[in-house]
Design a protein around this ligand. Structure first.
Ligand code: HEC
Length: 718
């Protein structure tokens, strides 16, 4: 195993350094700490200097650079020749679940992650597989994830690759061989933590957060030594129980903004995706998620801002010490995370050059902040929002619409919903046009109190009633609600806080963005197309059918003088699981791939035959009473819906229960639902969480949906 000694380097004063492997007689690592710069030729790898150099031929960090602009200066593929762009190679991921990965490219190798955290290294030119690594995740634990068994990619540092797993581990692999260096647990498995985000590496420290605030956890992010995997520091994003003592003054300060027994369900605030780093200011920025439970009237009954929920937090990367925060949604109660992608840029605002950080979080407002101080510069809604009228310029706080705070009041239909006006799908910022390209959406939700809510470990603990948000069974309301749901590629002028151009898609949950100095913006869509647009006008210039929908963001790299564009296909994640069936897009589930394009290439994508053999000729029937079916609906909406889909009609990522033969047999149903017969396949065991009578009521509800007016043909035509 290797032992690199690295030192932080950001200017010409310092140099990136590394040392040859150093292993003691027992074969265990001995870590040599050295603060002085050293150069060794024995083993060279990726360091801060390399990432900062931002060499466009590779893609060394999640957002390409620490500023996370996701813009490449490469321009060989341009508006003039984009028509010649074609498929050079594709790699079949052999999965039917969502693929959210941003590949990392270094030294002619492209590194990706797939379902159940399989890491694969491919020759970036030919697509030939060099190695893959299966961390053998605990799939029973994985079933506690909120939003599909997805992963957003690896990080590279030195000669090693770092990846987080759905069961909470952080793993270091040798980049050349895929052999494991170390494998550590970053979470307490008693609680439903998951990792889906890509690690970042700053100054030899691997940074990783986690998710789980839907089910009830306390959020944090941690720095580990890249060499040894040793924990260096941890930053909690919300305070714990004061009786246990606060970890630091920051937590003591944060606790003053909470009320009641806020720690009962963990409090939330998970940092499950976005990070950025400014080497000049030496500040690490981390996006913090929603509260747990969502419903603030339960979580913190007497109100309060509830720091650091829905905030951008700036810390010192050496120590994890708090520097500043900006809270996008004080007293968060709608699952309005601020974990969405953050971009660092220099903007001229009112005649002054400002170092800014920009974010378009779930709550629907686009924020420009001073990243040195956290000072609010401007904020404007980038989609229609109904929960707040505007952001007060003086205070930087949203001005809420009173009815939006649903706790103790009537349920409220609101824009945005928990799927967000913008979710994790990365944006891009082009310094050429000065525009931010946002995968924006309109996805409403009905928020309402859950009567008699009680915390249950292992269940969704939102404190809201999901039945209100389920699509209605009367056709007219169904159609009206469906018509409210939209998706678009939005070009946003951050200086003037206004739309520059917009391209409407057929629906929401589309892919992340790449912009290039070829004057192009690339994005994949839910309806299985990968397209390029003119960065100034939004005109569509090129389009490729990918068979399955795209949620991931594209990247670009250069090898031997050729520019390549790579994107992972595989439609999945929370919207797809919940609504992919009732909002059909023409995307097929079972064909996740990595697709790599080049000028002059013209490989045809080998489309997969439809192998699903669903027998709809003999649907089961039920003689259960309307009351039982209603009970089944309520239970389904609060347990199964997040994976098996609204109206019990799934997107095909997980079995479509309506046509499952299992519904015909109470015994088989019980074995799977209550006794956990498929637990090792990611189907949770519900024993202890629901009783058998409820499970049977769910079965009756599923059968009733199978015989309803809502059919595959209905969904496709309405
Ligand atoms: C975390 C996601 C998740 C949730 C929540 C979930 N399931 Fe599943 N379920 C799955 C997956 C994944 C499978 C397929 C497992 C496999 O590969 O065999 C599955 C399979 C099943 C099957 C077998 C279907 C077949 O034809 O093989 C039944 C029945 C089922 N689920 C019922 C339920 C019920 C009832 C609930 C709610 C009480 C529920 N599930 C909640 C993920 C989920």
């Amino acid at each position: 195993m290797s032992n690199l000694v690295k030192t932080a380097l950001i200017s010409t004063l310092f140099l990136f350094s590394c040392q040859p492997a150093d292993t003691d007689a027992n074969g265990t690592d001995t870590v040599k700490a050295d603060t002085k710069a050293e150069i060794s030729v024995a083993r060279k790898g990726v360091g801060e200097a390399d990432i900062l150099k931002a060499d466009a031929s590779s893609w060394l960090s999640h957002g390409r650079t620490y500023s996370e602009q996701r813009h490449s200066p490469l321009n060989k593929i341009s508006q003039n020749n984009i028509a010649d762009l074609g498929l050079q190679w594709s790699y079949d991921l052999g999965t039917s679940r969502g693929i959210e990965v941003t590949p990392i490219v270094h030294d002619g190798i492209i590194y990706i992650t797939s379902t159940w955290n399989i890491v694969t290294a491919l020759d970036a030119k030919s697509g030939a597989k060099l190695w893959d690594f299966d961390p053998v995740v605990d799939k029973e634990q994985a079933a506690k994830g909120c939003c599909d068994v997805v992963n957003r990619g690896v990080a590279i540092w030195g000669n090693d690759i770092f990846t987080g797993t759905i069961d909470g581990r952080l793993i270091s692999l040798d980049a050349k061989t895929g052999k494991k260096n170390w494998d550590i647990q970053t979470v307490d498995k008693k609680y439903p933590y998951t990792i889906t985000g890509a690690p970042r590496v700053v100054k030899g420290k691997v940074l990783i957060g986690n998710g789980g605030a839907e089910l009830g956890v306390r959020g944090y992010f941690t720095a580990y030594d890249a060499e040894s995997g040793k924990q260096l520091w941890r930053f909690y994003t919300v305070p714990g129980n004061p009786a246990d003592g606060f970890e630091n003054e920051t937590m003591e300060m944060a606790a003053k903004t909470w009320t009641g027994e806020y720690w009962a369900a963990g409090g939330g605030g998970t940092a499950w995706d976005s990070m950025a780093y400014d080497p000049e200011l030496d500040l690490l920025y981390v996006g913090v998620g929603n509260g747990s439970p969502w419903n603030q009237s339960i979580r913190s009954p007497d109100g309060g801002d509830n720091l650091f929920l829905s905030s951008i937090v700036a810390v010192k990367p050496d120590t994890g010490e708090y520097v500043w925060h900006y809270q996008t949604t004080p007293g968060e109660t709608w699952d309005y995370t601020a974990t969405q992608h953050m971009i660092l840029a220099e903007l001229e605002i009112e005649g002054k050059q400002r170092k800014v950080i920009m974010q378009a979080p779930k709550n629907g407002f686009f924020y420009v902040l001073d990243r040195e101080t956290g000072e609010f510069i401007s904020g404007k809604n980038f989609v229609p929002v109904t929960w707040a009228t505007h952001i007060d310029d003086e205070t930087g706080r949203p001005v809420e619409v009173p009815a939006a705070r649903y706790g103790g009041k009537a349920p409220v239909l609101q824009l945005p919903g928990p799927l967000g006006a913008h979710n994790w799908h990365p944006m891009s910022y082009s310094p050429d046009t000065g525009l931010v390209y946002i995968p924006a959406q309109e996805a409403p939700w009905v928020y309402g109190d859950k009567e008699g809510y009680e915390y249950q470990n292992g269940q969704w603990n939102t404190g809201t009633e999901f039945q209100f948000a389920a699509l209605p069974s009367d056709v007219a309301t169904f159609k009206a609600l469906k018509a409210m749901v939209k998706g678009r590629l939005l070009a946003w002028d951050p200086v003037n806080q206004k739309e520059a151009w917009v391209h409407e898609h057929d629906g929401p949950w589309n892919g992340g963005i790449l912009s290039t100095s070829g004057g192009l913006v690339f994005q994949g869509t839910a309806d299985a197309h990968f397209a390029a647009y003119n960065d100034k006008t939004g005109d569509k210039l090129w389009d490729f059918f990918t068979e399955t929908g795209i949620v991931a963001a594209p990247i670009t790299y250069e090898l031997d003088g050729d520019q390549y564009i790579a994107v992972a296909s595989g439609w999945g994640g929370s919207f797809t699981l919940g609504y992919g069936g009732v909002f059909p897009t023409g995307s097929k589930a079972t064909v996740g791939r990595l697709l790599v394009f080049k000028l002059g290439a013209d490989m045809a994508l080998t489309l997969k035959a439809d192998t699903s053999s669903v027998d709809k000729s003999s649907l089961p029937t039920t003689d259960a009473s309307a009351e039982v079916i209603a009970k089944g609906f309520n239970a389904y909406a609060n347990t199964c819906i997040v994976c098996h889909g609204d109206q019990a009609y799934s997107s095909g990522l997980v079995p479509n229960l309506r046509y499952s033969p299992i519904t015909k047999s109470p015994e088989a149903w019980k074995a799977i639902v209550m006794d956990g017969a498929l637990a090792t396949q990611g189907m949770p065991k519900w024993e202890g969480l629901i009783d058998n009578e409820t499970s049977e009521a769910i079965r009756a509800y599923v059968i009733s949906e199978a015989n309803s007016v809502f059919t595959e043909e209905f969904y496709e035509n309405n």
